[in-house]
Design a binder for this molecule. Structure first.
Ligand code: HEM
Length: 112
């Protein structure tokens, strides 16, 4: 929403967008640390969904973040021969899980 009507080139250089990318990274870090603790992971992601409802984030954009994240980490890992189809699948599944929980919480807030 802060970018409505703003030129695409301006958005690419936006400090706000870069700051959000770092927030997503920080969030992924926390989520990965809780992978074997669904009792901790699920409420973390639900809270994130709830806060995004109040930020006014459009639910239809939530699914775009995972593929962008994967595209941004893939090149350097490929260079180090650390990328594999299994790894990609694992990231896709993690983001599907995050996006599903976030969107469910956003919808729940919407219907409160
Ligand atoms: C998987 C998807 C996403 C993740 C993991 C994520 C993560 C985060 C995190 C961790 C924060 C910091 C504050 C908080 O924890 O609530 C945040 C803030 C925010 N997010 Fe997201 N976000 C996602 C998608 C989106 C989308 C699609 C939008 C808008 C279309 C958005 C807009 C915002 C805004 C406006 C803020 C508050 C201001 C800011 O910190 O930049 N987010 N997000």
């Amino acid at each position: 929403m802060p970018f409505k009507g703003v030129d695409l080139e301006e958005i690419k250089h936006s400090k706000q967008l870069r700051a959000h990318a770092l927030r997503v990274m920080g969030f992924v870090n926390k989520a990965v640390a809780r992978l074997d603790r669904p009792d901790k992971l699920i409420p973390l992601v639900q809270e994130c969904g709830k806060s995004h409802f109040y930020y006014g984030a459009n639910i239809k954009y939530i699914d775009y973040v995972g593929p962008q994240f994967i595209n941004s980490i893939r090149p350097s890992m490929e260079e180090e021969n650390q990328w594999s189809p299994e790894l990609e699948e694992a990231w896709v599944l993690l983001f599907q899980h995050i996006a599903y929980l976030m969107k469910t919480s956003m919808r729940n807030e919407m219907h409160q």
